[in-house]
Design a protein around this ligand. Structure first.
Ligand code: SAM
Length: 295
């Protein structure tokens, strides 16, 4: 293996040698702390049996160590100007394949079928923060392709994802992630562990994908209810849902929602942020039944 890149000296030397700078528009903050990189790989529990999907290898810092730990690594990178860098830094890593494309436009089923047929991959990434939510939702909506997802995200995002009803961080993303996976904040990471330093603290988040969702729901309607509730946080849930849902998920009269809430022993004035995932699932089933059986 080429020398370990996860240090300030090695990273600056590479940037200098190839005449490149971290590109803000691609959310490039390169890891320079080897203990953090090892901690991420340990959290993900990578073994030689695994095929890892890495998002954004950058200059190859984590890819090098993933290559040593895993059987196979597929890394998706949008920034083609990094091509000469990775050719060199990963020259001793024959089990790594780089796909030069936007991960959001990547057919992940095809990637799995080609590189890990019949298996589930493990995702490991120091995510570009400007697209954290779309990437996480893309991965979770195809969770059957993955055994686990271990990603560096902004600390605030990790706090939101791990929070429950009643806390101020609780929101649509908490419910969306918790429907698909069990989240755990594994490692806290300071800005000084990256070049350039981000303006925020970071957290390594470990998501263990459920084989089956933890609640039974009318899934599309449940997500529509969650979106309506948190888009209009200051309204009561009954108002938010009766104003915010259009066909094919509604509309529902305010009284219909109030009636469903009453059946669930919830006050008519309850706000969306007070309901748990179980309660959203139950509400979706009550209202879904109403849609199928109009009075
Ligand atoms: N893994 C490297 C590390 O830890 O030092 C780099 C991490 S850096 C935070 C994010 C990486 O994701 C960059 O290399 C960036 O170019 C890449 N990236 C940004 N947007 C992307 C996208 N839509 N698809 C694939 N890669 C992307």
């Amino acid at each position: 293996m080429d020398k370990i890149l996860a240090s300030p000296g090695a990273t600056l030397e590479i940037l200098d040698r190839f005449g490149i700078r971290a590109r803000k528009k691609y959310g490039q903050n390169f890891l320079i702390d080897a203990n953090i990189v090892r901690g991420i790989i340990e959290t993900a529990g990578i073994t030689q049996e695994d095929c890892v999907l890495e998002i954004g290898p950058g200059i190859g810092t984590m890819t090098q160590l993933l290559s040593a730990a895993a059987g196979r690594v597929v890394s998706v990178e949008i920034d083609e100007s990094l091509q000469p860098v990775l050719e060199q830094t990963l020259s001793d890593c024959p089990n790594v394949t780089i796909l030069w494309q936007d991960v959001l436009k990547t057919d992940l089923v095809q990637v799995r079928d080609e590189y890990a047929p019949g298996k589930r991959m493990k995702v490991v990434a120091n995510l570009p923060y400007y697209v954290t939510t779309p990437i996480l939702m893309q991965l979770l909506e195809q969770k059957d392709l993955f055994e686990s997802i271990t990603v560096m995200v902004q600390k605030e995002v990790a706090d939101r994802i791990c929070s429950g009803p009643g806390s101020k961080e609780y929101g649509a993303i908490s419910l969306a992630v918790q429907y698909y996976a069990q989240p755990e904040a594994a490692i806290r990471v300071a800005p000084s562990c990256f070049i350039p330093h981000p303006n925020v603290d970071s957290t390594v988040l470990y998501l263990r994908a459920y084989e089956k969702p933890p609640v039974e729901a009318d899934e599309p309607l449940m997500f529509a209810l969650i979106r309506a509730a948190f888009n209009q946080r200051r309204k009561t849930l009954a108002n938010a849902v009766s104003h915010g849902l259009q066909a094919p998920f509604g509309p529902f009269a305010r009284e219909q929602v109030a009636e469903a809430l009453k059946t669930m022993n919830l006050p008519e004035t309850v706000r969306g942020e007070a309901l748990s995932l179980e309660q959203y699932a139950a509400l979706s089933k009550y209202l879904g039944y109403d849609t199928l059986n109009p009075v």
